[in-house]
Design a protein around this ligand. Sequence first.
Ligand SMILES: Nc1nc2c(c(=O)[nH]1)N[C@H]1C(S)=C(S)[C@@H](COP(=O)(O)OP(=O)(O)OC[C@H]3O[C@@H](n4cnc5c(=O)[nH]c(N)nc54)[C@H](O)[C@@H]3O)O[C@H]1N2
Ligand SMILES: Nc1nc2c(c(=O)[nH]1)N[C@H]1C(S)=C(S)[C@@H](COP(=O)(O)OP(=O)(O)OC[C@H]3O[C@@H](n4cnc5c(=O)[nH]c(N)nc54)[C@H](O)[C@@H]3O)O[C@H]1N2
Ligand code: SF4
Ligand SMILES: [Mo]
Length: 579
Amino acid sequence: MVPTTACPLDCYDACRVVLDEKGRIKGDKTHPVTRGYLCPHLNHFEDQPRLTDPTYKGEVITMEEAYNLLIAQLQTTHPAKTLYYRGSGNVGVMQRVTEHFFGQFGAMGTRGSLCDGAGEAGIIAGRGVNYPLSPEMIDKSEVVIVWGRNPSVTHSHLLPILQTKTVIVIDPIAIPLAQKAQLHIQLKPHGDLALALLLSRFALIEGMEDTQFLDNYGSDYEEFYELTQTVRIKATLNTIGVSLGQIGDILALIRNKRTVILVGAGVQKYRNGADVVRAIDAFGAILGLLGKEGCGVSYLGNSLEGITLPFAACKHKMPKPTLDFSRFETVFIQGGNPLSQMPNTSKVEREFSQVPFKVYFGLYDNETSQASDLVIPAQTFLEKNDFRASYSDFTFQTMPQLRFSPIGISEYALAKILCDAFGLPLKEEVVYLDHFRAQIAVQEGIEYKKESPPIPYSDGFSTPCGNFEFMDEVELNVGQEEGFYLITPKSSHALNSQFSRKANAFFHPTCGFEAGKWVKISNKVGEVTLMVQYDAKIRPDCVLIYSGTPKINHLTPSQLSYEGEGAIYQELNVKVTPL
Ligand SMILES: Nc1nc2c(c(=O)[nH]1)N[C@H]1C(S)=C(S)[C@@H](COP(=O)(O)OP(=O)(O)OC[C@H]3O[C@@H](n4cnc5c(=O)[nH]c(N)nc54)[C@H](O)[C@@H]3O)O[C@H]1N2
Ligand SMILES: Nc1nc2c(c(=O)[nH]1)N[C@H]1C(S)=C(S)[C@@H](COP(=O)(O)OP(=O)(O)OC[C@H]3O[C@@H](n4cnc5c(=O)[nH]c(N)nc54)[C@H](O)[C@@H]3O)O[C@H]1N2
Ligand code: SF4
Ligand SMILES: [Mo]
């Protein structure tokens, strides 16, 4: 049998992977959704220069010396002055085994999110639990609204399914799907909350509501309707760059159709990100999309939903996006690159540099490894045992060790060394692997979570009252701001700060800056110098700078979303000056 595993990267697709007879990474052709196709990240995974040797203050040391230095440091640091920070470079569940050590040790952990936290808070407020819609369910729809998500870059295995659907795109950028879509609403960034409220209002005016669903599960929708009536129609539409005709077009395309709304991370990189996603969800609820076959609203789901974890967790946690590293004496960073990916890089750099002992445990050399004292190379997903779930379906795939490598250490092996040194309990690895394996049910050759709902929400909601809870107040700030709107989405060449990263800023050709020239981009948080590139698919009032672009987060504020403790990368506009 060909050995199979799954891609470990933080991506909607969760592709199944095989090693061919020469040991090369290939897609698994027998998988019904990922169908043997892998994206360039994994096709070129093994070309990436990886960290091979541990270092201490820039000098190569042995792995033994690295463990001893870490143990000695932890023995002299008060646990409360120790920070455990895990990024999402590898989304396998065994990544969490190191928290089993740090949690028992008494270290501070993190909560909240650099990623989807604001939007998830909006979903939880309405539904109680955050399930995605599987590709199979999306395939049963007739119309798909792609709202602040770019599947051509971030979820490419969905594209064949979308080919047969009526597609509506709501995005300030004419993303590849927008060019093929029946309708593209190229609204102003930040306009989604107003748009969702107006869509609900007009859906109710036109009698498109699902009265049976609302009677069963949405008793307070009338208050929500009143809320939508507080939005001034003409002025708001003008401000967000949408016409009344376009609202009518959206409603005409979805009337009496099985409709799916795919909501991405793009709509929620704002302080009110939870409200934005909750309002989009409420629009879906008015139409009765939740709990029906071939219908629904799907945000990035909680991949751990339905999985029990066997590990201890840190008892005390601080919000991740606004962490002040300088409060700690020892900081342990695993699988992340906060010096590039956290908001407000100059603050992060300053505070990080004040930490006496910084440990980086990862695969690649990057901003954070370079600023750390002790660097410990990790093993790749092919070299250790793991399992991965997905935030866009209900798979839970086995990732067995397929290779042995003399380089680096696995998360389990490092946790074992640390637990043994401090006399803390850790079971044999096989016990944890069996724990996860017991939560898998195989159907037609695919590994799924045992606890996955056939049709999410068909039995109602997990809110305290069991109903879908509509929002009853909202703060609409759709005023025009000075400068360019900053759009900072995902690049097809990078996985956040992993793989290829270029110092470019993309503008509409009418921007007035010369392509190929450097510009200073600044706001009250900081500044960055990037090279202008043209792209006619971008709104003239926006600048697009991909996630992972070196220094991009010098422009993003160290603040939390109002709900969900999420990062808010797109809250502030920027000024551009030619150099
Ligand atoms: N190739 C690749 N794939 C990835 C990643 C990667 O770095 N590279 N990262 C992974 C991770 S960590 C995540 S969280 C997912 C996220 O993947 P997605 O959910 O697709 O999120 P983004 O790419 O951040 O943004 C999606 C879209 O939102 C649009 N957008 C920006 N602002 C607004 C707005 O105000 N309103 C509306 N309506 N749209 C807006 C952007 O133009 C963009 O097209 O992707 C994962 N997949
Ligand atoms: N401006 C802007 N900033 C953003 C975003 C944005 O859209 N725009 N997106 C945000 C989002 S959605 C996310 S999820 C975060 C992601 O931010 P991070 O979680 O910091 O992720 P990466 O930058 O991809 O860094 C991952 C690191 O993990 C390490 N790694 C990979 N595999 C393994 C492994 O198996 N073991 C160990 N120990 N290490 C490993 C690699 O060395 C790699 O450098 O960035 C956020 N920051
Ligand atoms: S990054 Fe995503 S698309 Fe690429 S191989 Fe991994 S799961 Fe598949
Ligand atoms: Mo993310």
